[in-house]
Ligand binder design. Structure first.
Ligand SMILES: [Zn+2]
Length: 451
């Protein structure tokens, strides 16, 4: 009887699909596995797929050929922990309330306001969830382990891409039950810029990188030779990371996971590298908020090689997957998602919001107070709580070098109103967590987080 039943079900499936079924019904594919790669501190412009002049990213360029490349994806905040919380909950920092990898007032993700992570949502939907992370800001103390069955982190402040890849590959080769949510976090492009010996000499020319970066306003107040060297080492780390991601991708192909999986590649923020008098991140200029974002869907859903020119936010990643993969999420979880479907036929997003943290840095380099940014079309508006607002015309000034606030009063007024409407939305506050463990505090300091 079961044989007959399954036979008639196969027949019904053929009729429903209105296609000629010449042979036995192929096994029905379950919900697709999802591989989410976050590359910490990776500028969008440093990948070949985004037009960079150096060969920094062969494995990622190949991913772009198989997936959709988003040309204008922005992070809402260029700091590791809050950006990852925005990604995983599809909410802005205004709502989830986490604003830094703070040492003095330790904040951690604890589902404040009832927020749940993508890992929690998928685990409830029957997924096996695993994370392999590479650095201190997103270790267990951050709360980002929430929802993961398996959470693998380095003992030290950070580890290189080869070490993290090896752990993820070993786990995959053990054959965990499908479908999978696999999150792999890489940290190589982050400071210090110290590529492994195998890659250290890859990009040593300073003339070409100097021309490229001078067009973008570098080296600012810094010694030029140092900035060009930092850029060269940064690019070498990007190449090392990309090669290791290639090893992970090859494993997924060898194990037969790749074809039916969604693979997302994104960064949490970029890096100044000498633009706007800044080397690290935390700012709201495009070199730190513009992200590489590539989404490869399961082969059956197609869309290979597409390029998406419209604005996208990091908070759109989860809702886009939810729609494209028809994920079996609970209604409350769907209702939580503030992002939009970035692959919808009609673009759903016209604006993208970002904010900067308040820090007590060298005042010559870091203007005081908070700073908020709104991007719409080719305009970008800055509101500074302790300074004059600014407006940039990205069509004519893509690197944000000339403030045109004075000559465009109508645009400025309209965008200021829109930005203030966003800032007036209900905000979340996160209670201070217990003091950071000393070891984690030391590790964050080692990585340059002196907040
Ligand atoms: Zn980061």
């Amino acid at each position: 009887v079961p044989v007959l039943r399954s036979h008639s079900r196969a027949l019904a499936a053929c009729l429903l699909a209105l296609v000629a079924c010449g042979g036995p019904e192929p096994p029905r594919a379950g919900p697709p596995s999802i591989v989410l790669i976050t590359a910490d501190t990776l500028r969008q412009d440093r990948l070949g797929a985004y037009g960079y002049f150096r060969d920094t990213s062969p494995a990622l360029d190949r991913l772009a050929e198989e997936g959709v490349l988003f040309e204008r994806a922005l992070t809402p905040i260029s700091v590791t922990l809050p950006a990852h919380v925005s990604l995983m909950t599809s909410t802005l920092p205004l709502r989830h309330g986490i604003k830094g990898n703070l040492i003095d007032a330790h904040q951690r993700f604890e589902g404040t306001g009832g927020l749940r992570t993508f890992a929690q949502m998928l685990r409830d939907a029957g997924y096996t969830t695993a994370a392999f992370i590479s650095a201190a800001p997103v270790k267990r103390h951050s709360g980002l382990n929430t929802g993961f069955d398996h959470f693998d982190e380095p003992e030290a402040s950070e580890r290189r891409a080869d070490a993290t890849t090896a752990r993820a590959v070993a786990w995959l080769e053990n054959g965990p039950p499908s479908p999978l949510l696999l999150w792999v976090h890489y940290f190589d492009p982050h400071k210090p810029y110290d590529p492994p010996e195998s890659h250290a000499g890859l990009f040593s020319d300073t003339g070409e990188i100097a021309r490229y970066m001078r067009a973008r306003g570098a080296p600012g107040p810094f010694e030029a030779e140092r900035i060009w060297r930092d850029n060269n080492h940064y690019d070498a780390e990007v190449r090392f990371m990309s090669d290791q991601i290639g090893v992970l991708f090859d494993t997924l192909r060898d194990l037969g996971i790749w074809e039916n999986a969604a693979v997302v590649f994104v960064s949490d923020h970029g890096e100044g590298l000498g633009q706007h008098a800044w080397i690290g991140h935390g700012t709201v200029y495009n070199e730190t908020i513009l992200l590489p974002l590539i989404i490869k869907l399961p082969a059956a859903l197609g869309r290979a090689g597409e390029r998406h020119p419209n604005l996208t936010s990091l908070i759109d990643v989860v809702p886009t997957l939810a729609v494209a993969l028809d994920l079996p999420l609970r209604d409350e979880d769907r209702a939580q998602l503030d992002g939009v479907d970035a692959l919808a036929a009609e673009p759903q997003r016209t604006q993208a919001y970002a904010e900067r943290v308040e820090k007590q840095f060298d005042p010559r380099l870091w203007s005081p107070g908070r700073k908020y940014a709104l991007t719409e079309g080719s305009w970008k508006y800055f509101h500074l709580t302790e300074g004059r607002d600014q407006l940039f015309d990205l069509a004519n000034d893509p690197f944000e070098l000339r403030d045109v606030f004075i000559s465009n009063p109508d645009v400025a007024r309209r965008m200021r109103e829109q930005l203030f409407a966003i800032l007036a939305s209900p905000t979340g506050t996160v209670p201070d967590a217990p003091p950071l463990p000393d070891a984690i505090r030391r590790q964050l300091e080692e990585l340059g987080y002196l907040e």
